[in-house]
Design a protein around this ligand. Sequence first.
Ligand code: ARG
Length: 464
Amino acid sequence: MNEKTAANLWGGRFTGETDSGFAEFNRSFGFDRRLLAVDVRASVAHCDALVGANVLTGAEAQQIHAALQEILQRAQGDPDYFKDAAEDVHSFVEARLIEIAGDLGRKLHTGRSRNDQVATDLRLWLRNEIDEIFSAVGRTQEALLDIAEAHPDLVIPGYTHLQRAQPVLFAHWCLAYFEMLARDRERLSEVRKRMNVLPLGSAALAGTSYSIDREAVARALGFDSVSRNSLDAVSDRDFGIEFAGAGSLVMTHLSRLAEDMILNSTSEFGFFALSDAVTTGSSLMPQKKNPDSMELVRGKAGRVFGHLIALLTMMKGLPLAYNKDMQEDKEAIFDIVDTVTNCLTVSATVLRNIRVNQSQAREAATHGYLNATELADYLVRKGMPFRQAHETVGRIVTLAVDRGCELGELPLAELHALSTLITEDVIDALSLEKTLATKSQTGGTARARVAEALISARKTLAAD
Ligand code: ARG
């Protein structure tokens, strides 16, 4: 069965009917209906601009406003309203407008194209979503600060190459993720700023021949400025790609957090336990408690990266100006928004419900020679060149490994035999507390520095 082309916005030039399979293939209304509210908002601003351009009278504009308002209310309250098989959200709103306002409704598209319309709608929509994601990132950061403050004394082993390296405060670990998310917020603000430029008034590609006041439209819609080139304005999706990039980095950070949480909550590590609220059982093995929440976050990073690549690939071969390929931007962008938002929310819940195993973490942080670097620094303080100290401590570690003991458990006489600089103050120098306390430069894991970092992190969060 075919569709009457006359039913479309562009039917005049056509004598034949549209193949129904193609009509379905061409349709974006199934997903771009999410833009309905911003489409109405941009239409109201365009309607007002048409009054200034002497295309509409004030009274006509009032009538169009009222009709658009009615469409918005129906769309928000009545799911059946969307049953009509429109081509896209723009044709849907225009068709409903004509149903309500008759011929007057047919005037609204004067000086406008769906090309500048969709570019405007998507920016308006995404701008708002970026604000929401910005807040969601903030809530995840807040969860990190809350659990850091709830466990001020917790020490965990720090790793490089997944080998025990040096002890760090749990709060320091939390603050590391806080910093990643702080950069994500900065990046989102920058993306928002660059995308906050109005394309409307570019019309199909060449600009509009009506004297609409673009600056006034920009002000009405909260844009910082108007686009400077109509060809670019209708065919630019940089903002979507930049958003996908910023979203991908959020997902990279959440995925690393997820991996850390999963690993640290295994029986092999056992420093954290995830709560029942965010884990699942096995249908076969009764003992299992699986970290599905964090595994899904880690897994969903892949689909966001996929959207980034899809958007880049979709754009790279397009000649100026608008091409229908660009309709593919929306599902990608919508899914990134949904995925990033959900993953931030779930991650915050997982963090807030974490249980820590203080003794197991401390045991791991004090076994496996995590204080070897401290011993080298001790020798340096006593005058030995670092390279020589490194060599000496290497030999001491080998000795301790042979004995099956920790560095501080080796008899002082044997240590002394390997370096006469080692005296009984070494025991104190090798203690966990000293190991932490010496990392006292800005950014280090000394208790005092971490306490300051927590205060300053709270301030940054409150300021945003
Ligand atoms: N649904 C279209 C999209 O999302 C709207 C723009 C259509 N413009 C056009 N000239 N066909 O890209």
